[in-house]
Design a protein around this ligand. Structure first.
Ligand SMILES: NC(=O)c1ccc[n+]([C@@H]2O[C@H](COP(=O)([O-])OP(=O)(O)OC[C@H]3O[C@@H](n4cnc5c(N)ncnc54)[C@H](O)[C@@H]3O)[C@@H](O)[C@H]2O)c1
Length: 275
């Protein structure tokens, strides 16, 4: 078997299903199409919510194939069309409105996920599920050459008053940036689409690269309960293969555990139709 034959076998097997064809779903589909990382992109949508839009989105992407590497584009409202996916990306869900936090969407999106995941898993039992619908907790950190600045010079920020203020401003801006974009254009989609395509590449090509994604943190950093929150994780064809252990100072540890408690208290209020 020559290399080309091996390559085409691998490529032919990389089906990605995108669930939900709203702003985020289509930005993910378009970014994945442009990055030549899937052999098939399937758009799936609940029949109740679609009208003619699903067909329109599929045709629009198909018309662009002249300018991309060959990819099969399909779409449908029957779960059977998602069969055999390697990766299922869920973007169906209520979106944040101005003034709403990610946590406000929890109950509504939990019910949507409950209605989707069993059937998606039945048709693609080996797929990695990537949930984009909110709430998705976000980890963010600054490193230079893979090393945290604070690990080299722990007092770098605390000894420099101007820098301390700049860091606070930067932190505020990062935390508020999505809300600012929602205020300006009504939703966020392009950056998240590119970010999802990048995560998809790590999974489909089994790269082992580190990306911040939300994962089960029970047993890590002294957290005892079943909470999912974002930490830097190694990603491969099985999804999250490792969670990175970071050196956190006592303040960072306190904040991480505070986030854990916040998510835990939201989780405890959620109602599941199966329970
Ligand atoms: N993880 C992130 O960083 C990030 C960034 C942006 C948006 N989001 C989230 O992604 C989700 C989608 O956002 P969007 O801007 O594409 O919204 P949108 O309104 O444009 O599209 C939502 C899609 O979900 C479908 N949908 C809505 N209710 C449904 C239901 N009950 N059952 C099945 N399908 C349903 C809609 O028909 C539509 O296709 C939201 O939850 C949003 O908060 C996450």
């Amino acid at each position: 078997m020559d290399l080309q034959a091996v390559k085409s076998t691998v490529d032919a097997d990389l089906k990605v299903t995108i669930v939900g064809v709203g702003q985020v779903g289509m930005a993910c589909a378009y970014s994945i199409l442009n990055q030549n990382i899937a052999s098939e992109i399937t758009l799936f949508h609940f029949i109740l919510f679609t009208g003619e839009k699903l067909k329109g989105e599929m045709m629009d992407m198909q018309h662009g194939l002249l300018f991309c590497k060959p990819v099969k584009i399909s779409a449908g409202t029957d779960f059977a069309i998602t069969s055999g996916s390697k990766l299922v990306i869920i973007t169906a869900g209520a979106r944040q409105q101005e003034g709403q936090s990610r946590l406000d969407l929890c109950q509504q999106n939990t019910q949507i996920l409950e209605s989707l995941i069993p059937s998606l898993a039945k048709h693609s039992p080996n797929a990695v599920l990537l949930v984009v619908s909110n709430p998705v907790p976000i980890w963010s950190g600054v490193k230079v050459g893979g090393v945290r600045l604070l690990d080299i010079y722990p007092n770098f920020i605390s000894e420099n008053e101007n820098l301390k203020e700049s860091c606070k401003d930067l932190h505020r801006e990062v935390v508020n940036s999505a809300y600012e974009i929602i205020k300006l254009k009504g939703y966020t989609n392009l950056a998240i689409g590119l970010s999802v395509a990048n995560i998809s590449r790590c999974i489909l090509q089994n790269t082992g690269a580190i990306r911040p994604v939300s994962t089960l943190v029970k047993g890590l950093y002294g957290m005892e309960n079943e909470v999912f929150l974002s930490l830097p994780c190694a990603l491969g064809s099985q999804g999250v293969t490792d969670v990175m252990t970071l050196h956190l100072n006592s303040e960072e540890m306190r904040l991480l555990q505070k986030s854990c408690k916040t998510l835990e208290s939201v989780q405890s209020t959620l109602q599941f139709s199966s329970s």
